[in-house]
Design a protein around this ligand. Structure first.
Ligand SMILES: [Mn+2]
Length: 319
């Protein structure tokens, strides 16, 4: 029996008993949360139920070639009408704010793979051992013998590719490859997904990466590779916060480094630190993030501090 047999059983039972179902994606939606809601939507639709998708941010335009946009802003929906609400990958990324709006008789299911989640729903499948929520949903479909249509397979592979960094992160397990292989057997077009969702880079992204890479420095004492991006640079390149997401991951590929840190200025005098390492380097970056009041995974963490980045003779200072 799979670890979550009870939960998978209950969730499928409640789906079948419900007439109106709400799927909740996290703010600034990534491919895992999008793939998760789209795959669940496909299944729930096939049962003849009403299903809506809520998200506090718009559907990513680059994914429009994979699926039409079914996203609604939560304020545009009558949240009280749903029998079941399934929050995917979003427990502490937007969904926590909306939980108080639901009534006692509405069933809440939480599907997540982030660590340290304290919020509880009625059905909880929260496990950081999963690469992605799409992997959880795959197990849910397999357990309940739900047919993997070509669309479902495409959406699940989209999320798995995203959260494993296209099979490059340490969460790429034997099971992940087995699932990916099955999804391909069921028609998921892996090359097309990669081209649409991951290979295309905006010129703004490349320019911003150029700035960050040019300024990168290695600290030989602790093996840190660090770079900074000021708000002005972000504006000059017309870049958004999304564009810097992968910078620390790429910096981390430099031989001899133990971990990468990218500091970026955000609105309201906030500086965001993004930390990355790799399994073989033996560094727990979540401990570094915790020193600055942040958190995350062992190999990918972040924190936020107040201040401004100023260049000095010896590098940068946060003032
Ligand atoms: Mn995820």
């Amino acid at each position: 029996m799979p670890k979550y047999a009870n939960e998978f059983n209950t969730l499928n039972f409640v789906i079948k008993e419900s007439q109106d179902i709400l799927l909740f994606a996290h703010s600034r939606p990534d491919s895992d949360t999008v793939g998760s809601v789209l795959a669940l939507r496909e299944y729930i639709k096939s049962l003849g139920k009403n299903v809506d998708i809520a998200c506090t941010d718009p559907y990513p335009t680059y994914l429009e070639t994979l699926s039409p946009n079914y996203f609604h802003f939560p304020q545009a929906l009558d949240l009280k009408k749903y029998n079941l609400v399934i929050a995917v990958d979003s427990v502490e990324r937007g969904f926590q704010k909306i939980i108080p709006d639901f009534a006692e008789n509405q069933v809440i299911a939480l599907l997540d793979h982030h660590p340290d989640i304290t919020i509880k729903g009625d059905i909880n499948i929260i496990d950081p051992n999963y690469s992605s929520v799409c992997e959880i949903i795959y197990d849910f479909f397999e357990f309940n013998k739900i047919k993997l249509t070509r669309n479902i397979s495409t959406f699940l592979l989209l999320g798995i590719l995203g959260d494993t960094g296209m099979f490059q992160h340490s969460n790429t397990t034997v099971r992940v490859m087995e699932i990916a292989s099955n999804l391909m057997k069921n028609g998921a077009p892996i090359t097309k997904i990669i081209n649409i969702a991951f290979s295309n880079k905006n010129i703004s992204t490349l320019k911003l990466w150029g700035r960050a890479f040019e300024k990168a420095k290695i600290n030989p004492e602790n093996g840190m590779i660090v770079s900074v991006l000021t708000q002005k640079e972000m504006e000059d390149c017309g870049a958004t916060a999304d564009d810097i997401a992968q910078v620390s991951g790429i910096l981390n590929t430099v031989p001899g480094t133990k971990f990468a840190l990218i500091l970026s200025e955000r609105n309201d005098g906030i500086i965001k630190g993004s930390l990355r390492s790799e399994e073989y380097k033996g560094v727990d970056v979540s401990r570094i993030a915790a020193m600055f009041g942040g958190g995350g995974h062992r190999l990918a963490s972040g924190f936020e501090i107040k201040g401004k980045i100023v260049e000095t003779e010896n590098g940068w200072q946060v003032v």
